[in-house]
Design a protein around this ligand. Sequence first.
Ligand code: BGP
Length: 489
Amino acid sequence: MGFPKNFLWGGAVAANQCEGAYLEDGKGLNVPDMLLGGNVTTPRTFCPQIQEGVFYPSHEAVDFYHHYKEDIKLLAGMGFKVFRLSLNWARIFPKATLDEEPNEAGLKYYDDVFDACHQYGIEPLVTLCHYEIPWELVKNHHGFLDRESIDIFLHYVETVFTRYKDKVKYWLTFNEINIVTHDLQMGNLYGTGLVEDEDLARTKPCRVNELKVNKQHSYEALHNEFVASAKAVILGHKINPEFKIGNMIAYSATYPLTANPKDILLAQEAMHYKNDFCGDVQVRGAYPDYAIKFLEREGIDLSYITEEDKKVLKEGTVDMYTFSYYASSAVTVDPNVEKIGGNLSHTAKNPYLKASDWGWQIDPDGLRWSLNNLHDRYPDIPLMVVENGFGAFDEVSEDGAIHDPYRIDYFRPHIEAMKAAIDEDGIPLIGYTTWGPIDLVSAGTGEYRKRYGFIYVDRHDDGTGDFSRKPKDSYNWYKKVIASNGEDL
Ligand code: BGP
C-alpha cells in the first residue's frame, strides 16, 4: 500500500525561468526574454523591443545554464528519480524557420544536462515548449496563428526527438496548453505566442493585461497547437515506440461557492471550459460538444478545423495526462462576494481555506478531488502531478539557514492527499514533481522573491545576489519523504 515502488519523485523547472544565459552560445530571443517583472497585483510588462539598462528577470534567471552540474547534484542529494525541465526552443532554433539547421551548441548543452541527470540515475521528463515561443516565430508568424508554425515546431521536435531518443523517454508537448482558457491575454503571449499587429508595432512597453485580444485568432492559434501537439505524439512514437508522451494542463479545481444550483452550473461550466476542453482534445482526440457550442456562442468561425486535423487529433492522443495543481478556486453568481488573488488565480474567497501571500487558496483535498475527476474522465491512462508547490517569501536567518516550515506544511497534506487517492480511490498516479525545487523566476509575476525551492538561490528582484545555492530546511524533509517512498512525512 502507499506509493508504488517505482513512483517518480522529483521536481520541475522551465528553461526560461532558470537558465538565464539568454543570448549565449547562439540562443535566440523568446517571449519571456521580452517581459519585465510585476508583482501580485501588477501584471508583467511586455516590451516588443529590448530596452537598454532595464532589468529583465529571465536574462540571467538563476543561471542554471552555468550551474546545472551543481544543481543536478543538489537535486540528486534529495534522491530525485525524475527531473522535469524544458528545452529552450530558441537555443536550438534561434531563427525558427522551416529549413534552419539546428544550433549545435544548444543541442550539446542539453546532451550535457541529460548526461548529468543520468549520472545520478535521474530520469529527465522534458517539456518541448514551456512558454518559450521563439521571438522570431512571434514576429514572423504571430506564434501559432500561422499554420506554418506547426511544421516549424515539428522540425524542432523531430530534431530533438531524434537527438535525445536514447536519453529521454518521458516528454510533454506544451506546458499548460489551456492557459488560453484561463486568461486570453497571458494565454496568447505565453502559450501560443500570438501577438496582434498593433502590439507588435508598439515602441513602448505595455502591461500584459493591456494587450489586444482577437478571440477568433486566439482559438485558431490554440487549435494549431492542438494539431502540433498531436503530430508530435505521432512522430515521437515513430522515432521511439518506447516514448511516453503527455499533455500538460493547468488544472483549475473549481467549486461552486454555495449549494445554489446556479453556482453549481457555473462551476460545471468553468470546469468544462478551463480544464476539460483542452484535456478532452488531447486525451480523447476530438473537440467535445460543450466546447463546440461554447466557441460558437463566442462567435468563432470554426472552419479552421479541417477533416485532416480531426484525423490527426484522433491519432495523436497522449500516453499520460500530466497537470499542475497549486490551489482551488470557487465561483458564484453573487457579484458581491469577496475576491482573492491576482493574475491567474482570481477567485471567490473560499471561507474554508487559507491562502498564500499571493492569494492562492491552499487545498490538498482539492488535489485528491482533481485526481478522482481526472481518472473518472480518462480511465485508460496514468496521471502525473508535474507541478505543485508553495510560493513564499523566504528569509536567510542570522544563523545562515533558511527555515521554511510553511513549505513543509504545504507539501505534507498534498502528499497525503495523493497517497489517499492511490490507496483509497485506486488512482493510477505514476509520479510527482514539485514546482521549482530550486528557486527560480516566477512565470506569473516575474519575481524572484516568490520562492518555491528546497534550495535557496541568492538572487533578488533588484538584480543583486551572487547566485550561490543553499539547501533550506525543506531540503532534508523532502529527501526523507523520497527515501521513505512517501511514508515519512
Ligand atoms: C505554472 C507554470 C510555471 C510556474 C508556476 C507557478 O503556471 O507552468 O511556469 O511558474 O505556474 O506560477 P508562478 O511562477 O506565477 O508563481
